[in-house]
Design a protein around this ligand. Structure first.
Ligand code: C2E
Ligand code: MG
Ligand code: MG
Length: 429
């Protein structure tokens, strides 16, 4: 009875509980020991196996992987099944930083396929190494070895040691996500800055882009380029975009009451538009603030739109019919699926900064830029260039027929009060 819950039910190997119990003994300070953690497949691949071949087969796969690993180890080696896909063993080494020969043997053995019920399954194992240190604790040792196993997939040798800096990046990502709900609730951590968007022919400003800023109480300023993609992987992107939408629309109301006729651009994640009711919420918010749909624009990045759902297209179509402008952001970066360009309901194409920032003088080759502009015009999009940093770029883009632009040359993103001063200082156009 005491054995129940101490062995993995699939492989019958000692489980994580036993690893934890035996940890002090394994990590004996007078005997350098290497924790070797083998992850049999990436979670995504494992899910594909589950989906295509079923749960019993997935169990067979794990059993086959575990017994293949066991066959490579000395008969008396301690072996533990520590999570669904991870098997750990602890082996003696001569000195703590020594990569055991076994790591090479394991990586080579798994480089082929794992034979499961006579079907060779190609898998990408991870082999993580961690010199055991009794002061680190069992759970933390397993976590660190798992980090190494995941990192090893990008390394040719097929195995790697735990690397603190790579781990620190992951821990920071986790911290950022964990602290985002508090930031959304706090009165002063999140703010919006507004970058003027300029009509190239006249120099007039009729629109601004809302850009999110986060000052974390301990980590300081965090770039949206860092935290937005993380939030996009979680349900937090919904309240985050909602916060941006509410704040940007309220600000637009204030600007209008001051007599400034501005359209505000909001960066939305495609995740937002694939969720039912996004269109209703936006239209409702506009109405509640007595704003017109013409007073707002939605920006999306093209790469993610390429995977658009039917609902995304439906909601964009409805919003556009109501009068909301839709812009395709960062065009030309990432992968450009040209076929959807003709199908996507959008008005504006924002050319990625990577085509614009190199425009310093006439020596720059602008072949691609010209083709993008010609194609955008041909498809009926209005073209906006991002990242205009020099007078040369401004003049050149204008001469190429680019209608609108943003960039440090004209104005940086700024808080609402500074934007107001900036607008006041300009001749009314
Ligand atoms: P984006 O939407 O393409 O925004 C333009 C970015 O380029 C902004 O960076 C802006 O500050 C910067 N920029 C503008 N002009 C220049 C220039 O002349 N030179 C240079 N070097 N940079 C320029 P930022 O504010 O750091 O935002 C980065 C990205 O984060 C945005 O790229 C957008 O994808 C995302 N983001 C920002 N705010 C939000 C938001 O509220 N929601 C969502 N979903 N994403 C946001
Ligand atoms: Mg944008
Ligand atoms: Mg952009």
């Amino acid at each position: 009875m005491a054995q129940i819950g101490r062995f993995d039910h699939v492989t019958r190997l000692p489980n994580r509980l036993q690893f934890i119990e035996r940890f002090a003994d394994l990590a004996h300070p007078h005997r350098p020991t290497m924790l070797v953690l083998v992850t049999l497949a990436e979670a995504k691949h494992y899910n594909e196996i589950l989906r295509a071949l079923g749960m019993a087969f997935a169990d067979d796969f794990v059993r086959a992987g575990a017994s293949m690993l066991a066959s490579l180890l000395p008969p008396d080696a301690a072996i533990f099944h520590v999570s669904v896909l991870s098997i750990a063993t602890a082996i003696p080494v001569d000195y703590p930083a020594q990569a055991p020969t076994l790591a090479t043997i394991i990586a080579a053995a798994f480089a082929g396929a794992i034979e499961v019920n006579a079907i060779p399954i190609k898998t990408k194992v991870g082999v993580g190494l961690l010199p055991l240190d009794s002061t680190q604790g069992a759970a933390e040792s397993l976590r660190a070895a798992l980090v190494a196993a995941q990192d090893s997939r990008r390394i040719d040798s097929g195995y790697t040691f735990y690397d603190h800096s790579s781990d620190a990046a992951h821990l920071r990502a986790f911290r950022i996500l964990a602290d985002l709900p508090a930031a959304l609730a706090a009165p002063d951590q999140l703010t919006l800055h507004y970058q003027p968007r300029i009509t190239m022919s006249s120099g007039a400003c009729h629109a601004v882009e809302a850009l999110l800023r986060w000052t974390h109480p301990e980590l300081g300023p965090i770039s949206p380029a860092e935290f937005v993609p993380l939030a996009e992987q979680t349900a937090l992107i919904t309240p985050l975009t909602d916060w941006v939408m509410t704040t940007a629309l309220q600000q637009n109301r204030l600007f209008r009451d001051l007599g400034y006729d501005l359209r505000v651009s909001i960066n939305a994640s495609p995740v937002n538009l694939s969720e039912a009711g996004f269109d209703d919420v936006l239209l409702h918010r506009l109405e509640a603030l007595e704003l017109e749909p013409q007073h707002v624009e939605l920006e999306f990045t093209e790469g993610t739109l390429a995977t658009n759902s039917q609902r995304t297209v439906q909601q964009l179509t409805r919003l556009r019919r109501a009068g909301v402008t839709v812009a395709l952001d960062d065009f030309g970066s990432g992968y450009s699926n040209l076929s959807y360009l003709s199908r996507i309901p959008a008005d504006v194409l924002k050319i990625d900064q990577s085509f614009v920032r190199p425009l310093i003088d006439a020596s720059h080759d602008d072949f691609l830029l010209r083709q993008i502009i010609a194609m955008a015009n041909g498809l009926g999009f209005r073209v906006c260039a991002e990242g205009i940093e020099t007078a040369y770029a401004y003049d050149h883009l204008r001469s190429l027929g680019v209608e609108e632009g943003q960039g440090f040359h004209m104005a940086r993103p700024m808080p609402a009060d500074l934007l107001q001063q900036w607008l006041e200082a300009r001749p009314h156009t």
